[in-house]
Design a protein around this ligand. Structure first.
Ligand code: CA
Length: 463
């Protein structure tokens, strides 16, 4: 029992669509997140944490199984997870951990798609509601009153309070916020009313440096936000087209930031609980999101594209026993690595079917010499399935990103190359620039190598 109590507890907090550039610790210029920053200040910030498929359900499936989409079977947002697969909570539970999952699951809410490997679970069906949500508690439908971010935290804390104090715990707290449509808690509805939120540097990107997919996609602040997204607010009369676009951005981004305030406040409640219970030293606390999001970057909202704002996941980790306070890591870490890492902390090996690798040593400041220097990405959804982003795959290294868009309809298929050092905003593809011909050839080799390594046999290859 004594050795059992020494194994670290795990508090894994994940939100939905929270981009790193809306977190204070990541240098946000549009909001403040003091509670998330507590985790960063007392732990580590990862600057190159990425998803392998930038959309909700697929990233969640990659996290829980440690496998890429083509092996876990969750390719797009409509796919449910076959819960008979190996997952990291199952392994923790089998090894003596108390396990719980509260909040947005989004991997199905019936039969074999319900969460497995948890002693306790209570989930939102599908996307769930911000106000007075219905939840499924261990298969039973329960109607709640209140604001979803508060409720998810309440139920998480209730479970922690009722836990067996002689065994370690793994608590997954998954917030719905800040997923569209952004509905703040009543007390935050008027936050930011009197300020202008800065527009991002690429807000007026005309996509002249991008291929057809960027022009075809339907996630434009200008054209694609619906009246419901804008809460049926009416713009002032007489605005120019550019002024109207700015007005829509302010509506959108303020609601997005308002729902994040609730997430931040509630993270504070959980950190305070750990302090009060004397659990801070022996609990790994993680804050992340299932992918990034465009916050007006390139003139967009939403995600899916392999461009940085969508590709990057925020990842903050605190564990005073091993992680130096206020540290930063720049290694390439992926969502498929989360499971192996948490298992490692529990003293468990990464099972063979998981494709990710533990980055526990990286978090300790001892990055392995042979740590990956590139990774494979693939967005599988086709144009017909929401926001009309062409399916694509690609490779990213520390400096370059090569992307191949393979939709035949509406097509055409084409490549993009970005030099992130010369063009960090990814405004101009240099794929056709002869100066980059050698780089293109090397990256295509690397993409083939990675495709083979992860075992994605279904990807269409042009040349
Ligand atoms: Ca998401």
């Amino acid at each position: 029992m004594s050795s059992e109590s020494k194994r670290p507890n795990i508090l894994y907090i994940m939100s939905d669509d929270h981009a790193a550039h809306a977190i204070g610790a990541y240098g946000s210029v549009i909001n403040e997140t003091p509670q998330m920053d507590r985790i960063a200040n007392e732990g580590m910030r990862l600057d190159n944490c990425f998803c392998t498929n930038s959309i909700c359900a697929p990233s969640r499936a990659a996290i829980i199984t440690g496998k890429y989409s083509h092996l876990n079977g969750v390719f797009d947002l409509n796919d449910d997870l076959d819960g008979r697969q190996m997952t990291f909570p199952k392994l923790l539970q089998a090894d003596g951990y108390q396990t719980a999952m509260v909040g947005k699951w989004h991997l199905g809410h019936q039969g074999i798609n319900y969460p497995t490997g948890f002693d306790y679970w209570e989930i939102l069906p599908g996307q769930g509601l911000y106000h007075d949500p219905v939840m499924h508690r261990m298969g039973e439908v329960v109607q709640h009153e209140g604001y979803v971010t508060d409720l998810i935290t309440d139920f998480s804390l209730n479970w922690l309070e009722a836990r067996d104090r002689n065994r370690p715990f793994c608590m997954l707290t998954h917030h719905k916020a800040p997923h569209r449509r952004w509905e703040p808690d009543d007390k935050h509805v008027h936050m930011y009313d009197d300020v202008d939120i800065p527009e991002p540097a690429s807000f007026h990107d005309d996509h002249s440096g991008h291929g057809a997919a960027a022009h075809y996609a339907k996630m434009s602040i200008d054209r694609d936000l619906t009246p419901a997204d804008l809460k049926h607010r009416e713009p002032p009369t007489g605005l120019s087209p550019v002024e109207l676009k700015s007005w829509k951005y302010q509506c959108y981004i303020k609601d997005y930031l308002r729902v994040i305030v609730s997430v931040d406040d509630n993270i504070g409640r959980m950190l305070d609980y750990l302090d009060e219970e004397g659990l801070t030293e022996n609990t790994i606390v993680i804050y992340t999101s299932d992918q990034g999001f465009f916050l007006g970057d390139h003139g967009w909202y939403d995600k899916r594209f392999m461009y940085e704002e969508s590709l990057q996941m925020p990842f903050l980790a605190r564990y005073p026993e091993e992680i130096e306070a206020g540290s930063v890591n720049e290694d390439i870490v992926l969502n498929v690595d989360f499971g192996p890492t948490l298992l490692d902390y529990a003293g468990l090996q990464t099972p063979r079917q998981m494709q990710g690798a533990s980055f526990r040593e990286n978090l300790r400041g001892n990055s392995p010499q042979d740590w990956r220097s590139s990774f494979y990405y693939r967005y599988f959804m086709h144009c017909a399935g929401g926001h009309d982003v062409y399916a694509h795959y690609g490779v990213r290294t520390d400096r370059y990103k090569l992307i191949y868009y393979y939709e035949d309809q509406p097509g055409p298929r084409y490549w993009e190359l970005f030099d992130l050092e010369a063009d960090p905003l990814e405004l101009q593809s240099v794929y056709d620039d002869p100066a980059y011909a050698g780089t293109v050839a090397e990256l295509k080799e690397e993409l083939l190598r990675l495709r083979s390594e992860v075992g994605d046999q279904t990807n269409p290859w042009l040349d």
